[in-house]
Design a protein around this ligand. Sequence first.
Ligand code: MET
Length: 402
Amino acid sequence: MDAMDHAPSVTPRALATEAVHAGREDLAALGVHAPPLDLSTTYPSYDARAEAARIDEFAATGARLEGPPVYARLDNPTVARFEEALARLEGTEAAVAFASGMAALTAVLLARAAQGLRHVVAVRPLYGCSDHLLDAGLLGTEVTWTDPAGVADAIRPDTGLVMVESPANPTLAEVDIRAVAHSCGTVPLLVDNTFATPVLQRPAGLGARIVLHSATKYLGGHGDVMGGVVACDEEFARELRRVRFATGGVLHPLAGYLLLRGLSTLPVRVRAASATAAELVRRLAADARIERVHYPAIGGAMVAFEVHGDPHEVIAGVRLITPAVSLGSVDTLIQHPASISHRIVREGDRWAAGVSDRLLRMSVGLEDVEDLWRDLTQALSARSAEPAGVARSVAVPSPAER
Ligand code: MET
């Protein structure tokens, strides 16, 4: 067989195919089936002149090095496989991975600020820490909050970024990405695609220049790996790699390995959990104990709802569902945004963005829908008004019984 037999096909491959093959094309040639996990922090080289030239090249351009890495803060082959796969899934030229979603957003803001573009236009709600990072100006940036219709007017000569989430955390409000991208003109639009994942939405194809993920969520998919990633064009990826090298928010290679593994089941997980979420939404919407259900037109596995009663009782009452922040795992999680994910946002700003104190956010996992509904409905009937220590101690099974 000659090399041509292994040349990548020019026919675009479907998402489900990319999910299991992207970033792994050379494995057969390497004679392995699972991707190698390279934990090296440094790499030997007997030619320091050549290393100097490679470092000069990286410092000047931010382009990925040819050949072995010099040092793990600069590049890692296992992480690069995840980056390649995610870029393919998002339909971008490149992707750059970080230690967390917040490290990824930080690098984007620093890269723009380094060009003298310190002003950000953003649409609420955003994830609470993203909101806080912008609102508190922790990186020396300045934010103007607006609604999607106000984006064009909010842009100034020093605006370096427009940022939206769609569906947004935690209200699941949707933004017309194509329309906002149009309003941005030449200013890059960043879309946080953590909730939708490329299975449901590919913002780059709708005009976003920068696509952000907390990879900790659906991309990893099992609640056991923390990471962040930015999918973008190669020009901006070069800026991000330079910032990453200088600031050090790198993704650990084991995290890169687990994220690549997570991607292979991403389409199956997202579709299955979304079908269950849609059924739970139907039932919640018909339930008299629920005041309002939020579910995006695009679908997905995230559901939010307001209860007539005390949301804390629902959190305290779940037994199968895990009462925990985060999302995108194989198991169902529920949390109270005003207490946890959006706690750091000022109360008035939360309310104005639609994050009421009675809102609960649920990340639907892969359990059977009937088991989830049974747990939800018993939690919705829980009453903390019952004498504490009497009814509650009877109602709560011991950990061994759960
Ligand atoms: C530390 S709070 C939030 C973690 C995660 N970004 C979430 O929205 O659940």
